[in-house]
Design a protein around this ligand. Sequence first.
Ligand code: NAD
Length: 357
Amino acid sequence: MKKNIAIIRGDGIGPEIMAQAVAVLDTVAEKYGHTFTYMDAPMGGEAIDRFGDPLPKSSLETCLASDSVLLSAVGGPKWDNMPKDLRPERGLLRLRAGLGLYANLRPARLFDELRDASPLKSSIIDKGVDFVVVRELIGGAYFGEHSTEKLDGEYYAKDIMGYSEHEIERIARVAFETARKRRKKVCSVDKANVLDSSKLWRKIVTKVAENYPDVILSHMYVDNCAMQIVRDPSQFDVIVTENLFGDILSDEASMITGSIGMIPSSSLGDGTRGLYEPIHGSAPDIAGTDSANPIGMILSAAMMLRYSFDMPEEADAVESAVNSILQEGFRTGDTMSEGKMRLGCIDTGMAICEKIK
Ligand code: NAD
């Protein structure tokens, strides 16, 4: 197969980890007979410096013309004091909207070899941690009307959380389709005892479920879900929820799996093009030291192979290569523990490429 991949190298450790993801993709292409063509799409701090815009029009066009987009991370102290519209993360929000990406999938899976990195007791993680949070990405309170006004001598601020039927319907479908490729369970998370937007959410998710009789649907209030994720994460397969709840729950979920450097994510819309990125930021504190963990970035590339390119065998090969090097005791600084062998970013990427070959 021939695929065009838009590459956003980003800031801080971004270019270092992206180089390793590209090396892994090249290894996969060679082994399985594919051709991957990479197209640079500057975004974030780098784009502000070069073009005065965190997402230049040409970069969005490159992404729109690609089969899929791979992003490392953007931002850093250099751009922290820029005006709101010129901040690096603004580029990311505009890119998600420009590509129509309304679903964010974040797997929370505990690697057996990294059990020590989880803050949970072994009696809890012994039952297994392997679920996905499907978060609605372009609706709810973050995209509703915001305002601050002076009322009766004091400031009053509000953010409107609203959802339409079609916004709920399309994210619910992503959750059910994802569950079909997994253990066929969806838990829909809301606050339907208090919020109208949640009542509609629950009604529509229940309606969509009728088209997926093979998937078991349950509902849970968000406060209970936050508790259940640390009490018994093994009960979850796919969690689907709105933007704000999903932002919080997906961070909680990633924390229980240990290092932030290990976790990939994907954002999807209609069609097969997606945006794949690790969940961490640009880690300016370790940029340029060859000590970043490239695994979250590499597993993001594996997700791209699986979900956008329909290459499950290739994705499995990358994921098992990652498992193998962890089993053999190789670690980057962030996951290092006694008795393990420390590798830099480049050597970790090379070790994974060797395993794939
Ligand atoms: P961060 O995720 O960059 O770093 C938090 C801590 O985790 C740091 O100590 C860092 O060294 C470590 N870390 C992160 N990724 C790592 C990796 N792959 N390997 C080893 N260690 C790793 O979060 P932050 O410090 O809050 O943010 C730094 C910059 O990144 C900010 O400018 C922020 O706006 C930006 N950011 C970007 C994104 C994105 O592009 N999606 C997401 C979050 C933060």
